[in-house]
Design a protein around this ligand. Structure first.
Ligand code: SF4
Length: 339
């Protein structure tokens, strides 16, 4: 790894909902080292997809960036003009959306869709585009003759491979993949993740993998950023964070998902729901569901990330007791008591 390709500092993104503003991402801070896969993980509604879309600045009309910066390759994505951002999309930063069908037009052959990107955006000649399209299909493990097929002729997993080929078309430095393996069966998930990891290493690119499934992060990511209720609550090297988590939410999340490599182990859910972000609680946003909450957790104000050592950050007032909390968090009765 060769320095950070992206540094996100204090990013704030809100949605206008009726007369109210909902802060979906609040003060998100994390970095993406060059040549790495970073998993952005959390439950539905935690802000991870909003961060991913915010970074490409392709957001719904009611979303607005209200603060912070995202320094990509030395320039702030948040203060670029739309023309500058447009130049950057596909060429430097590519996006793989949640469902591959969303990025593939059902009425055109795949070849046509790849050509659009290669010729229109990449300035390739038709002949070069054909060659590059074949190369891309080869890279993602699809026979080049299938370039003539329509999206509906591919299985879900193959469509996801096509979406990855599209994202890689112009040799981007950063690929942001939003839930790229959700809704696929576990075997296909692993195959797609293996392909993504192989390509990431071979091409030396960086990938942000957005997922609700911490086992996906455990399987393929070098680093992890855990989000809860719009805030980053823990980040660091994946193995360190998952074997020695400092935030109870990460401890709970890890208990709640099966291992991608084995079906063994008892799953323990985190009871309850994330807070309503129209009226976020004061203090720690996880307090209502946290088996280790104390009075001070709800009266302290927002809890900032602190360095717990070795590039590992956590936002918990009881970080200094993490070892004891980990032991208790491994017992399902600890979480069942919150039901
Ligand atoms: S600050 Fe308190 S409530 Fe929040 S995660 Fe830590 S122990 Fe739990």
């Amino acid at each position: 790894m060769d320095g950070d390709i992206l540094r996100v500092n204090g990013l704030k993104i809100s949605y206008a909902v009726g007369d109210e503003k909902v802060r979906a991402v609040d003060d998100a801070t994390f970095s993406i080292p060059g040549g790495s896969i970073v998993g952005l993980v959390g439950e539905s509604g935690c802000g991870k997809t909003t961060v991913a879309r915010g970074l490409t600045r392709v957001m719904t009309k009611n979303a607005s960036i209200e603060g912070g910066e995202a320094i990509f390759d030395g320039a702030d994505l948040m203060s670029m003009s739309e023309t500058e951002m447009n130049r950057l999309r596909w060429r430097d930063i590519a996006f793989v959306p949640q469902s591959a069908m969303n990025s593939l037009d059902p009425v055109y052959r795949i070849e046509h869709q790849l050509n659009e990107v290669l010729v229109q955006r990449g300035g390739h000649s038709r002949k070069d585009a054909r060659r590059r399209a074949e190369e891309l299909f080869d890279m993602v493990g699809i026979e080049p003759r299938r370039l003539k097929d329509y999206p509906h002729q591919f299985s879900g997993g193959m469509r996801q491979r096509v979406a990855i080929a599209l994202a890689l078309a112009l040799n981007p430095k950063l690929v942001i993949a939003d839930e790229p393996v959700t809704a696929l069966d576990v075997i296909v998930q692993r195959q797609i993740l293996d392909t993504l990891k192989d390509l990431q290493e071979k091409l030396g690119i960086s990938v942000i993998l957005v997922t609700h499934d911490i086992s996906v992060v455990a399987y393929v990511c070098d680093r992890i950023v855990v989000m809860y209720a719009g805030r980053v609550v823990e980040s660091g090297d994946t193995e360190t964070v998952l074997t020695k988590p400092y935030h109870p939410y990460t401890m709970g999340l890890y208990n709640a998902f099966p291992d991608l490599q084995s079906s063994a182990g008892v799953l323990t859910p985190i009871e309850g729901h994330p807070p309503d972000l129209r009226h976020p609680p004061t203090g720690c946003r996880f307090a209502q569901r946290c088996p280790f909450a104390q009075d001070r957790c709800t009266t302290s104000g927002e809890i900032a990330l602190s360095d717990v050592g070795g590039g590992h950050f956590a936002a918990c007032l009881r970080s200094d007791e993490a070892e004891t909390l980990r032991g208790d968090a491994a017992k399902s009765e600890t979480w069942a008591a919150m039901a």
